[in-house]
Design a protein around this ligand. Sequence first.
Ligand code: SF4
Ligand code: SF4
Length: 405
Amino acid sequence: MTLIESISLLLGLTYAGSLLYFGGQKWGAAAMALMLLAALLAAMVWPLLLGALIAAGLYGLLLTFKPQLAKGEGRENAIREPIAHFFGLSMLLVGLQYLAYHLALMNGFGGYLTRPDVVDAFLPLAGGIEIKAIVTLGLWDQAHPAAAVMLFTVMLSAVVCKRAFCGWACPLGLAGTYLYKLRKRFIKGDALPPAWIDWPLRMVKYLLFVALCYLVIFGLPTMALPGYLSGHYHLMADAKMGAFFLKPTLISGTVIALILLLAAWQQQGFCRYLCPYGAGLGLLSMLSPFKVRRNVDACLINSKGMKCDKCSRACPARIAVHQRITVRSDECQACLRCVSACPKKEALALSSRWGWQLSARGVAVVMMLLLFALPLAAFIGGFWHSAVTDEIRAYLLPYLHQLGM
Ligand code: SF4
Ligand code: SF4
């Protein structure tokens, strides 16, 4: 575990504990503090111990200078936006460290920097194959264990609170939002496709998702899994992914250009039309008990006969919230922008049919617990750090373009 990973993880969990405490869940906060202490004692490695000190200092600064945010007070957007930027910044720093690690390795300075294992989160295909190996053969891959951990964690988050990963944590989604805002500065307006084009376009990401699932389930026979997981292609899967973006070929360059164009053209254009991860989360989100629900008795439309569509206008997924009682859309990211925009506090909420409500504070706690506590548990359990040594990586790097599945 690198120092950047440790600080992010411990700051996230400290913040989740703080939200529990100030949200009145003092026992939950105490359990979180005990869990963190037990994890630090069980791990006893310097990045985590130093990370804990730095995270405590950063949290102290947050409590001093942004007490409202530290306590999770204020409207939904005021909580979600800083959290999304926290995840984005954390992944940006991790990405830079990974880049520096590889440059050092290529120039014969391997061993001076540590590879952040969380980059394996960008290997969903490898993660899927690893999960298949665990389920069918009881084989736990040691080359990129974090890929399986992160895939499982993100998919689990969709079952609990819909596509909150997309709305609260995805660094690509955040980058796309900035690209869209930049485009709007120079080219005003939105040329949105009509519904009869939009729907088939949205299905493209499901086709990609089905293709990836097919590859994982049928493309690789179970008996071939041990050979695949010990093969050079899998050992260097992260470097192959990095090269896809950093050394584009005609095909990868076209894909990247398409992703950038989509993100700039429409708000969350890439998420809406192309992201297979989002498609998987969208399908799993159907299982979540939580949905955005409109209380018609409190909504201004029904209670005051007013014309109001503030919730719909705030929705990045273009869902007509003001015309629904329950938002069941696979595009809903539990971002709570609609709730934040609604002038009537009781009119909209993310809730279950039994009346349980998940506030912004609640979504934040669930996401931080899942995205940080599970990787921490995996690390302590010995299923996080890649066993591929710097020597093996340095040896295989010159042959990267020759490695195939
Ligand atoms: S319906 Fe509300 S929570 Fe769902 S994506 Fe739209 S704004 Fe976000
Ligand atoms: S913003 Fe609130 S009050 Fe207005 S339509 Fe939506 S739910 Fe009703």
